[in-house]
Design a protein around this ligand. Structure first.
Ligand code: FES
Length: 355
């Protein structure tokens, strides 16, 4: 049994696994990989071994999943991961110039970390925030409409020990702290969950719907757009309710903590901007079709890796989201000895080295 990880991590691992049906426990792998990353700053061979042990998998299976997603880092990563979108839209708007300025200032390239271990720089694929392009994120929090000088200012503040406020979302935390949240545990800093709010481009559709009396059937048109204070109050009430519903001490319940208010409050699009889909009127004959797919989360990379935590398998036993589905396919590939992801499933040391 791996002895690398602390008792707190082991307790959290049991809590994560308990969120899934007993016969589907391996669906807990994605949040568990974030969990080991929260302790070591990356998914080390020991982290792969730990996940394999607690889920009854082999290291090749865990390695196959860990190497599929870019959010799982395979080497030590800085306290702050600066990701600059250089995909098509942001590139056209100047994303590459932002990346180049940061690379020159920091003296590092893609996926490299400064000598003091503080900042890791990376190119990022589309961060699903094209309407704010060019964008960059620091530990997955957004800085919108950045240009080289502004991006340099953010990085210089980080180097000086500060934590600049993102354009949207909660205040910055370290990458390890963010990994705890991505593992499905709440950000417990006072008021952090309600920090910031949606940006105006995100609300543009809502404003147009208001203007034209369009709504989506099934939603209560009286649903208010919550203020920050109201969101804080709702979170406090939900927490108090969960506390009141906890089993009394001395209960014979399993020693694994049941999901409560600390269940996956990961910072997906749902938690960042719950009001963006709020309808405001219900004018007959102007309804928006609802048989299409649900709106895509804005923070696609958070949704990608947090999907399994936030969407446990459905009652029919099938994975409930794309991330869970991809994980399932990877596990099957590993079991079948195939290597659809370019990962050698026979990788006995669990490092999942790409061919
Ligand atoms: S291309 Fe940069 S966020 Fe989409």
């Amino acid at each position: 049994m791996s002895t690398t990880f602390t008792e707190e991590t082991r307790l959290r691992a049991r809590e994560i696994i308990a969120r899934y049906p007993a016969d589907r426990s391996r669906s807990a792998l994605l949040p568990l990989l974030h969990l080991v990353q929260s302790e070591e700053g990356y998914v080390s061979p020991a982290g792969v071994e730990f996940c394999a042990e607690v889920l009854g998998l082999n290291k090749a299976q865990v390695g196959a999943v860990a190497t599929f997603y870019t959010m799982y880092k395979r080497k030590p990563t800085g306290d702050y991961l600066v990701s600059v979108c250089t995909n098509t839209m942001c590139d056209v708007l100047g994303g590459q110039a932002v990346y180049d300025a940061l690379a020159e200032h920091l003296g590092v390239g893609h996926e490299e970390t400064t000598a003091d271990g503080k900042i890791t720089l990376e190119h990022a694929e589309c961060l699903a925030a094209c309407d704010y392009g060019p964008v960059m994120t620091v530990n997955y929090d957004f800085f919108d409409n950045v240009e080289p000088q502004g991006a340099l200012g953010v990085v210089q503040e980080l180097q000086a020990g500060g934590r600049p406020m993102p354009t949207r979302g909660a205040r910055l935390c370290t990458l390890k702290e963010m990994a705890v949240q991505l593992a499905g545990f709440a950000d417990e800093r006072d008021g952090a969950v309600a920090d910031g709010g949606p940006g105006e481009p995100s609300l543009r559709g809502l404003r147009l719907a208001e203007q034209h009396g369009i709504s989506v059937p099934g939603y209560d048109p009286k649903t208010p757009i919550r203020s920050k204070a109201e969101a804080d109050r709702a979170a406090a009430e939900a927490k108090a309710k969960a506390e009141a519903e906890k089993p009394a001490s001395g209960s014979t319940a399993p020693d694994v903590k049941a999901p409560d208010d600390k269940s996956p409050q990961v910072r997906t699009a749902e938690t960042r901007q719950p009001d963006a889909r709020t309808p405001v009127a219900d004018a007959p004959g102007t309804k928006v079709p609802t048989d299409g797919p649900a709106p895509a989360p804005r923070d696609a990379r958070a949704a990608e890796a947090a999907g399994a935590a936030a969407n446990p398998p459905a009652g029919d036993g099938k994975p409930a989201g794309d991330a869970a589905g991809a994980q399932e396919r990877n596990l099957k590939d590993a079991e079948a000895g195939t290597d659809a992801d370019g990962v050698d499933p026979a990788d006995a040391n669990g490092t999942g080295v790409r061919k």
